[in-house]
Design a protein around this ligand. Structure first.
Ligand code: ADP
Ligand code: 5GP
Length: 217
């Protein structure tokens, strides 16, 4: 779907006066002593490892968890809803938003752009909420620099074979797209130690419990 200009304005913060955006940014980094500090949690891991499955379970159990909706130039998969799963943008619109620094981070992945719209994340954190990002490695590295207080969790598969099986069984990608994702997975898995915590998604319930303890103690 081609994103309308109106929707683009809702997603991205270009309307906001610079000083107000700046103030929100400061608030997100330095919550006042009386307020409950919001937090940014980043979930990273190769495609097919089960991040979406884990996040769905977390959201079902924790209504106050805010999942940031990313923008992407990838085409929607069957069943994906614009504005719920992603904000689907044309490349030109995405590149304009990059130039205007409207993303907290962005990266190119398997031939498409993906990025986290900055405004919503900063507002929710300033309000004391836990905000979750589900992003790939390059973006997660950028977050370490732009938002060093973020807690970054790497989700690992029990084995490479199991990762490939999950990706194929999901049945959402072409053979070419699966191969691109498996190739990228090799580099991502090699970087898992860079993260604050590594969790193996073998038994789903056990993995959910570990992520919950990492976020809420
Ligand atoms: P990601 O969001 O990381 O790309 P998904 O959440 O879409 O991955 O999961 C990929 C596939 O693996 C899905 O078919 C999902 O049902 C399955 N899956 C997720 N977690 C587990 C698990 N612990 N054990 C077995 N299958 C799983
Ligand atoms: P998919 O096409 O399977 O939805 O996502 C492909 C990859 O892009 C996944 O690894 C996912 O975590 C990552 N991704 C999704 N949104 C973002 C984002 O906003 N920024 C970055 N850097 N990666 C993202």
């Amino acid at each position: 779907m081609k994103m309308s200009k109106t929707l683009l304005r809702e997603v991205l913060p270009s309307d906001r006066p610079t000083n107000e955006a700046e103030e929100l940014r400061t608030l997100a980094r330095k919550p006042s002593p009386s307020s409950k500090p919001g937090r940014l949690i980043v979930l990273v891991g190769p495609s097919g490892v089960g991040k979406g499955t884990l996040i769905k379970a977390l959201r079902d159990r924790h209504g106050d968890l805010h999942l940031s909706i990313s923008a992407t130039t990838r085409k929607p998969r069957p069943g994906e809803v614009p504005g719920r799963d992603y904000f689907f943008l044309e490349r030109e619109a995405f590149e304009g938003a990059i130039e205007r620094e409207e993303f907290l981070e962005w990266a190119e992945y398997a031939g498409n752009y993906y990025g986290t719209p900055r405004q919503n994340v900063e507002e929710k954190i300033a309000l004391g909420q836990v905000v979750l990002l589900e992003i790939e490695l390059v973006g997660a590295r950028a977050i370490e620099k732009s938002f060093p207080q973020a807690y970054r969790i790497f989700i690992l598969p029990p084995s490479r074979e199991e990762l490939e099986r999950r990706l194929r069984d999901r049945g959402t990608e072409s053979e070419a797209a699966i191969n691109k994702r498996l190739e990228r997975a090799r580099a991502e898995l090699a970087a898992s130690k860079e993260f604050d915590l590594q969790i193996v998604n073998d038994d789903l319930e056990a993995a959910i419990g570990r992520v919950e303890r990492a976020i809420w103690g």
